[in-house]
Each structure stands twice: as structure tokens, then as C-alpha cells.
Design a protein around this ligand. Structure first.
Ligand SMILES: *[C@@H]1O[C@H](CO)[C@@H](O)[C@H](O)[C@H]1NC(C)=O
Ligand SMILES: *[C@@H]1O[C@H](CO)[C@@H](O)[C@H](O)[C@H]1NC(C)=O
Ligand SMILES: *[C@@H]1O[C@H](CO)[C@@H](O)[C@H](O)[C@H]1NC(C)=O
Ligand SMILES: *[C@@H]1O[C@H](CO)[C@@H](O)[C@H](O)[C@H]1NC(C)=O
Ligand SMILES: *[C@@H]1O[C@H](CO)[C@@H](O)[C@H](O)[C@H]1NC(C)=O
Ligand SMILES: *[C@@H]1O[C@H](CO)[C@@H](O)[C@H](O)[C@H]1NC(C)=O
Length: 509
């Protein structure tokens, strides 16, 4: 009897742990909200704090509706986009009344909803904290914050304050658990770059450790890659205000590639402003994605998915099939095997194709790529630029006459940001002439089987795959093989828009 006591206690404890929310089958329910935010008509105007709060509360009212809807679906963590509360295009002065004071605190020391008097100018933080309590969920949101400084700090801006683009995370009790100040600002002159990088992580009872970063950060080493490699996070929350850039940097294709490369779940919430190219959100696991991309509708979207707490395990499931309308992108995949194989008969060159140059230069996303056209219906191409050689084995699966080219780049990108790229890219050309290769296009009918590889000098290569109508499919088999990074894919179910190995050589930025 005596001995049984502690043993039974232990058993009960374990049992309880197993019954904690989200744990029974090692899964959790996540949500991201692609939000058509209310934008200020005149963001450069100087207004007072109470007018700014009135404006922000209109966006926070919409957040509240989504929190309530998410809570009904059992959501345990919800992510809202960057700039969703205050908007963008401010000046340094005009954004000031929109900024909350964010005290430097240790995690877990402040619950803004329950302790509103503790600090002044924290109305937005208070409201977000209350939303987390209302929904009994972890809540991730982005806002502008201020931190006063003075002459004792040599970095202090002349106006006596730092202004940061900040993400905050509240637990399901409304307690502030971490904050993150954006490191890689994208021409946001109203904000300062933090003098030291924030490595922001937080623990959840349902899925362990999450890491936090924002928008443009995704292309850089700090803090992004370090969070995964040095801090061991398995999940990323990613508020963003991302403008799609085809063929290589549509939001969803990079989000998916990030999840695949680093074997993490990525919870990406974008703004929804199609006229500015902003749409692309998703819950991405290494095995499959739930995404939203809709340039036609003005509607936002609450994406809810039930995903594995260990990203390496199992595929995703919809929380409820009811909540997944037909128009939504969703899949879970198995890597396909090549059906045709090497014995499939070769077709003729695509009908009506213009005379083909051997190789040519073309601009793709402001970079000077070297291209080689795909002349046949199947074949092997090899093309080098700088120290990078790309090889492509391909088999076309249609006679569409659409033009495709293999592009290669080994160069420093310098427009709208400076970052070093090594890229092998099979792209559908924008139009019926070879000089349109590298231009934006989102539609294609031609299916491909391909094996693309390159001898990259960096170990960070993102396998990017985008199919017709802004849809995602598994990047197939990929990885390192004898000094080459490769992606091999067959049985595409819709036309190929882009298949690229997007290498980031961080040391050369
Ligand atoms: C913000 O600025 C960008 C670039 O200058 C412009 O294209 C866009 O229309 C502006 N958006 C708003 C909401 O003012
Ligand atoms: C908040 O501001 C008021 C008015 O300026 C001031 O009296 C009060 O001490 C401030 N409270 C805190 C916590 O700083
Ligand atoms: C200057 O800033 C530091 C750090 O925020 C603070 O401790 C100090 O009191 C400030 N000094 C003055 C004169 O305001
Ligand atoms: C929230 O509070 C409850 C009750 O005090 C506690 O059991 C739970 O662990 C708290 N949640 C987090 C994430 O700390
Ligand atoms: C692209 O690079 C090639 C080869 O280096 C060069 O000849 C060509 O002028 C470049 N094109 C542009 C637009 O810079
Ligand atoms: C890639 O291959 C080319 C051609 O063989 C070679 O010149 C280049 O040095 C290789 N690059 C690397 C990083 O090994």
C-alpha cells in the first residue's frame, strides 16, 4: 500500500500530462489571419494619441471577431500580420502617436489586461492581452513601440526615443511572454533597427518552443537562421506585410520552402491588400501546406489547421473539413515517383516556338540572369554563372507551346535590399518571346518531370516550387548529393510556373 502511493501519483501525473490540451495525439490547432486592414487615408498627417487609438481600435475590433471565431474552433495559437493595427507609409513623426510604450521586462512579469495601470501608453498591448484571455489562446500581433532614451546612450536618436517595429506574444492568460523588434527593416523610415539582435523564443504547453521574426527577416541570417540552428525552435510565427514578387519571391512559395528546408512549422500571416500585391498566408509544415492566396477577392481569411507538434511527424489535417471551402489551397503530399522514366518517347519541339538563341541574358527580379531556353520536349541542360553551375533534366508533359528557360545567377542582389544570391531557376516565360523570360506570370498549363541541381557555395538553398494559379505542391525529393543541391519532382498536377533552387550566401551580403 505504501509503495503504491507515489507510483500511482506518478501515473496520474503522466496521465494528466497526456491529457493536456493538444497533447493526446501530439498535435495542436493553429490559426493565421490574412487581414484586409483598415488603412489610414493620410498616414503622413500628424494626429494626437486619442485619434490614433480610435483608429487602431477599429482594426482591433476586427481582431476580436477573429479571436472569437478562432476560439470556437479550438485554436490554441493565432497570428496576426505585420502593420495590421496601425498600417504603413508613416513618417517618423506621424507614427509616434500610434506607438505603445513597451517596457523592457523579463518574460511573464506583466499581464497588461489585468495590470493596466503599470505603465502609461500601453492601450494597444492591454487590448491584445485581453483578446488572448478572451480566446484562451496564445496571441501573436505586430505593433509599433517606443522606448525613451537620452544622451547617456550614444545611439539615441535626436528626438529622444527609439521607435521599433515590434511583435508581441501573449500566452492564453494574457501574460506578455516575449517581444521581438524587427531586425531587417524594409525601407521603413519610421522605425529604428535595434542595436542588438532579439532572439525571441517562447514556450507553449502544446508544442514546445516557437521562434519569432518578421517579414523581410526571412531572407537573412540574423535572427532567422540562428533561431532554428542555435535555439532549436520547431515552430515559427511570422507576421508579414509581404508584396508578392514573381517568379521567385511570392510569399507562399518562400514560406513553404522555409518550412521544408528547416523542418519547422511556419505560421505566416500576411495583410490582404491585393492592389498592393499583398496576399500570401499559410500554415506550412515540412509535409504540406494550408495556404491562402487570392488576388481577386477583397476578403481576408482565417486559416485554421491541426498540425503536428513535432514538425517531423505525420502530415497535416484540417481541423474540420467544413471550414475548408473549395477555393482554398490545401494538400498533404506523398513524394511521387517518375512514371514515364527514361524510355518515354521524346516529343517534337513545342509548336510555334520562336527561333531559339543558345543562351541569353535577361532581367529577373532586377537581377541579370543568364538563361538557356528549353528547346525540346525532353533533354538535359547545363549552364554556369560565376562559381555556380546548374543542370536540368526535364521531360515536358504537354504540347502547350509555352516557353520555358533555365536561368542561373551568382551575384549580389542590390535593388530593394542587398543580399547575395545563387540561383538555379526553371521558369515559365512571361510571354511568347524569349525576352519575356524572368517576367511575372502566374498561369501555366505545361506539366514537367524534372531534376534540377546546382553546385552551390552556400549550404542554405531554398527549394521553391510554384504551380499555375498561385498553387503549391511538394518540392518532391530534394537535398544534397555529392556537392550538389537537387530537387527532383514528377507528377505535377498543374502547370509549372517556377521551380528554383534559391541559394542565400549570407556571408557575402
Ligand atoms: C504606400 O506607399 C507605397 C509606395 O510608395 C504606395 O505604392 C502605396 O500606395 C502606399 N499605400 C498606402 C496605403 O498609402
Ligand atoms: C502616467 O502618466 C501620468 C500623467 O502624466 C503620471 O502622473 C503617472 O505617474 C504615469 N504613470 C506611470 C506608471 O508612469
Ligand atoms: C537616461 O536614460 C537612462 C536609461 O534609460 C535612464 O536610466 C536615466 O535616468 C536617463 N537620464 C535622464 C537624465 O533622463
Ligand atoms: C494560465 O493560467 C492557468 C491557471 O493559473 C495555468 O494553469 C496555466 O498554466 C496558465 N497558462 C500558461 C501558458 O502559463
Ligand atoms: C548582363 O550580364 C552580361 C554578362 O556579364 C552583360 O554582357 C550584360 O550587359 C548584362 N546586362 C545588363 C542589363 O546589365
Ligand atoms: C561548380 O562547377 C564548376 C564547373 O565544374 C566549377 O568551375 C566551380 O568551381 C564549381 N563550384 C563549386 C562551388 O564547386
Amino acid at each position: 500500500m505504501l509503495g503504491a502511493g507515489p507510483a500511482l501519483g506518478l501515473l496520474l501525473l503522466c496521465h494528466q500530462a497526456l491529457l493536456a490540451p493538444g497533447l493526446p495525439d501530439g498535435r495542436y490547432v493553429a490559426a493565421v489571419y490574412e487581414y484586409p486592414s483598415i488603412l489610414s487615408a493620410n498616414p503622413e498627417a500628424l494626429i494626437d494619441r486619442s485619434s490614433a487609438l480610435e483608429f487602431m481600435n477599429r482594426n482591433l475590433d476586427r481582431y476580436e471577431e477573429q479571436v472569437v471565431a478562432a476560439a470556437k474552433q479550438g485554436v490554441q495559437i493565432i497570428v496576426f500580420p505585420e502593420d495590421g493595427i496601425h498600417g504603413f507609409n508613416f513618417t517618423r513623426r506621424s507614427i509616434y502617436p500610434f506607438l505603445d510604450f513597451l517596457p523592457a521586462l523579463q518574460s511573464g512579469k506583466w499581464n497588461p489586461c489585468l495590470e493596466p495601470q503599470k505603465f502609461n501608453d500601453t492601450e494597444v498591448l492591454q487590448r491584445l492581452s485581453c483578446l488572448a484571455i478572451r480566446g484562451r489562446l496564445f496571441l501573436v500581433a505586430n505593433l509599433g513601440t517606443k522606448q525613451p532614451c537620452n544622451g547617456t546612450d550614444p545611439g539615441c536618436p535626436p528626438d529622444g526615443r527609439y521607435q521599433f517595429n515590434t511583435n508581441v506574444v501573449f500566452d492564453d492568460n494574457g501574460t506578455l511572454v516575449t517581444s521581438y523588434r524587427k531586425q531587417n527593416l524594409y525601407f521603413e523610415y519610421s522605425f529604428d533597427t535595434p542595436s542588438a539582435v532579439d532572439y525571441s523564443i517562447f514556450e507553449t504547453p502544446f508544442a514546445g518552443k516557437f521562434g519569432v521574426f518578421t517579414c523581410f527577416d526571412m531572407l537573412f541570417f540574423e535572427p532567422t537562421v540562428r533561431l532554428v540552428t542555435d535555439f532549436g525552435v520547431k515552430h515559427i510565427v511570422f507576421p508579414t506585410a509581404w508584396m508578392d514578387q514573381l517568379p521567385l519571391l511570392a510569399g507562399i512559395e518562400l514560406q513553404q520552402a522555409f518550412a521544408v528546408v528547416f523542418n519547422v512549422n511556419v505560421l505566416a500571416a500576411n495583410l490582404h491588400h491585393p492592389h498592393l500585391g499583398m496576399t500570401s498566408s499559410g500554415i506550412h509544415t515540412p509535409h504540406g501546406s494550408f495556404w491562402y492566396h487570392n488576388a481577386e477577392s477583397l476578403e481576408g481569411k482565417l486559416i485554421v489547421a491541426n498540425i503536428a507538434a513535432e514538425p517531423g511527424d505525420g502530415g497535416p489535417l484540417w481541423n474540420s473539413p467544413r471550414e475548408a471551402p473549395e477555393s482554398d489551397g490545401r494538400f498533404s503530399w506523398e513524394d511521387g515517383t517518375c512514371e514515364g522514366g527514361a524510355d518515354t518517347p521524346c516529343g517534337e519541339p513545342p509548336e510555334g516556338a520562336p527561333a531559339t538563341p543558345a543562351t541569353f541574358h535577361g532581367e529577373m527580379m532586377y537581377d541579370n540572369f543568364t538563361f538557356v531556353p528549353l528547346r525540346e520536349n525532353r533533354g538535359r541542360l547545363r549552364l554556369c554563372a560565376g562559381a555556380l553551375c546548374c543542370e536540368l533534366d526535364y521531360q515536358r508533359r504537354g504540347l502547350s507551346g509555352e516557353l520555358y528557360a533555365l536561368g542561373v545567377l551568382d551575384d549580389l542582389h542590390t535593388v530593394h535590399g542587398t543580399y547575395y544570391l545563387q540561383v538555379c531557376a526553371l521558369v515559365k516565360c512571361g510571354g511568347p518571346r524569349w525576352d519575356t523570360c524572368g517576367q511575372e506570370t502566374a498561369r501555366a498549363t505545361e506539366k514537367f518531370d524534372f531534376h534540377l541541381r546546382g553546385n552551390f557555395s552556400t549550404s542554405f538553398v531554398f527549394p521553391i516550387l510554384l504551380t499555375s494559379g498561385m498553387t503549391l505542391q511538394s518540392p518532391g525529393q530534394r537535398g544534397w548529393e555529392g556537392g550538389h543541391y537537387f530537387m527532383r519532382k514528377s507528377q505535377l498536377t498543374s502547370g509549372l510556373v517556377t521551380a528554383a533552387l534559391y541559394g542565400r550566401w549570407y556571408e557575402r551580403d
